[in-house]
Design a protein around this ligand. Sequence first.
Ligand SMILES: O=C(O)C(=O)Cc1ccccc1
Length: 284
Amino acid sequence: MKVGYLGPKATFTNIAVNNMFPKEEAIAFLTIPNCLDAVLEEKVDVALVPVENTLEGSVNITLDYLIHEVNLPIKGEITVPIKQHLMIHPIHMEHFDKMEVVYSHSHAIAQCHKYLHSEWNGIRCENTTSTAAAAQFIKEHPEVMGAAIGNELTAKEYGLTIIKRNIHDYDNNHTRFLILANKRIEFHSPSCDLQGYKTTMMVTLPADRFGALHQVLSAFAWRKLNLVRIESRPTKTGLGNYYFIIDLDRKIDDVLIPGAIAELEAVGCKVQVLGSYPAYAIND
Ligand SMILES: O=C(O)C(=O)Cc1ccccc1
């Protein structure tokens, strides 16, 4: 099986793939949309992409691409602990305090805001397509007085020297990755534990009706269906128009969830189930 992931080699997404699909062929793509397109174009069987981080929240491009561009069911999720390190090209070790710019994925930079503010106040931050893309850039441009933020595997892969470990601002830093595919996926990973099941749905409210969101929530509440996440994203049709992405902490069944969906549709909502799937986490 071929697994597409947000690359290049040694991203956090690559770590998620190594844990979830240790025996499969991993194929790197430069962007999240490229990973998802690759499934539709049958270049890969499955894609792994980041969707949510403890410190920074949703990865909007993942949600938006799934909502607006590709119709791909969610087959699973994997949660990965995230530790961010500051790394430089080894030729700059003698004068690492002269760094002028920090490169990384926007989420990685956001996870280290407090550290950058206090230790590198005012330093220029440049976004890259991934943490490993930042490290690769630093490796290939020794003339740049720059540092990258990324994980330990990244530092090894690109031959960079870590000058400060664990620079993420809060300890409980985790990222959830979605596993998307058009076919049935088997999971048997010794390094991941099954945490439970989830059902994700996208709900569009009827236009401009008072209490509509309350009606949505009450359809779940009186059935004792537990929402573990609710996220809004613009429909892109006008200011104030949003989709709600809702995660429930259980598998889809024949009665309760279909009942809630029927109730939502009866009050004028549109509902699309994006997936009902197992949730894994890397075991500690
Ligand atoms: O850039 C990476 O390494 C990714 O896999 C995306 C990401 C960025 C920051 C935290 C978690 C995942």
